[in-house]
Design a protein around this ligand. Sequence first.
Ligand code: NAD
Ligand code: UDP
Length: 338
Amino acid sequence: MRVLVTGGAGYIGSHTVVELLTHGHEVIIIDDLSNSKKEVLNRIQTITQKVPTFYQGQVQDEPFLTQIFTTHSIDAVIHFAGYKAVGESVEKPLKYFENNLLSTIVLLRVMEQFNVHKLVFSSSATVYGTPTKMPLTEEDPIGGTTNPYGATKFMNELIIKDYCVAHPEMAATMLRYFNPIGAHVSGLIGEDPQGIPNNLMPFITQVAIGKRPELNVFGNDYPTRDGTGIRDYIHVVDLALGHVASLETMQQNKGYVVFNLGTGKGTSVLELVAAFEQANGVKIPLRIQPRRSGDIAENYADCTKSKHELGWVATRSLIDACRDSWRWQSKNPKGYNQ
Ligand code: NAD
Ligand code: UDP
């Protein structure tokens, strides 16, 4: 297939581009480089020996997007582009609503104009809000999101769902990611956060490399086995392969469909730190801090539906992910800014 990948220079997008190219698909990337670097394209080429077509610009720039659909006969779109920093979204809600919603609306409008009927959307476990039971299935209620970023994911799902009602020819797959970690095994591409990382794994790797003195553990008084928060950490390459599986099963999975992409297994903050230390033989000093506002105690996926309907399961272990995250960080101490 000829696949348009919005946000394809980002963390999950770049790993997905590698897997798409490896599986014989043709890729066209659109990215405004607001949270990524052009260097990632050279790295993708080194890994795959293939060159993805790249356009720098914003998805919501309709003339720009229309030009790309005119130039290339697109079969399917994977829509990763969006802002994702929860804290920033609380401070700048309009920035998040504008970018994350407008990009989807314009994308759907242009897809409609060019009769493109296949869409995969990057959703998130955050749409489940504050869940009352675990593990989470796709049938669990959504909404009740706790920040503007989460609200944009929920609202995007609604927009796409209603679009599908009006367009029965559509195949639109919402992939609800749990917590992506890890990097490509080559150590050539990985997560490259700007400034102080919000997420746990990049913070751990920055402590390991000596960029930060210690890890702040946000709360050890949750009702979990060791008191720290539990999440479902999924290797980013497994996640990328979930996108390939989604595209390749779209013929069967017509209409509006939703899948959880996780491992089905919960891991606490202290367990992740222990796995990282074991995998890499490095010590991570830590300090217990108060809970971070808006955090929930635990969150992990039931992935039965993905297994049966996508034929997809996560196969990489937590140790693999810890090793790959560290390989990426230690080979690229400054990320793509070498
Ligand atoms: P990322 O920031 O690394 O990648 C997003 C890319 O989109 C960046 O390269 C950025 O420059 C680009 N971008 C942003 N707005 C754009 C626009 N309007 N037009 C063109 N390009 C634009 O983030 P990621 O971690 O790879 O996440 C990809 C998607 O998955 C996002 O939609 C994110 O919300 C979602 N998601 C991520 C996580 C996670 O923990 N990383 C979890 C759940 C869902
Ligand atoms: N966390 C932590 N220290 C950090 C970052 C995160 O203790 O520096 C905890 C956080 O409270 C949560 C888990 O690690 O329990 C995963 O947080 P992350 O921000 O990576 O993902 P989230 O699930 O919140 O999107």
